[in-house]
Design a protein around this ligand. Structure first.
Ligand code: SF4
Length: 63
């Protein structure tokens, strides 16, 4: 699993951080998403996929 984000689409809603807090964070500087674990372990896959689904900016890609 590879997690990538398009920070240009992020609207700082924070849904990803609430859903998968060990994978996503928000920058203290601009509030935009940051990926803490681009290749998270398999057990986090459901949370990461849910975060991508919930993201209002469609900024998260999981491959
Ligand atoms: S859920 Fe989407 S729009 Fe909200 S902070 Fe995360 S990446 Fe940005």
């Amino acid at each position: 699993m590879l997690v990538t984000v398009d920070r240009g689409r992020c609207c700082s809603s924070g849904q990803c951080v609430l859903t998968a807090p060990t994978v996503f964070d928000q920058s203290d500087e601009d509030g935009l998403v940051e990926v803490l674990q681009p290749t998270p372990p398999a057990y986090l896959a459901p949370d990461v996929r849910l975060a991508a689904t919930l993201c209002p900016g469609r900024a998260i890609t999981v491959t």
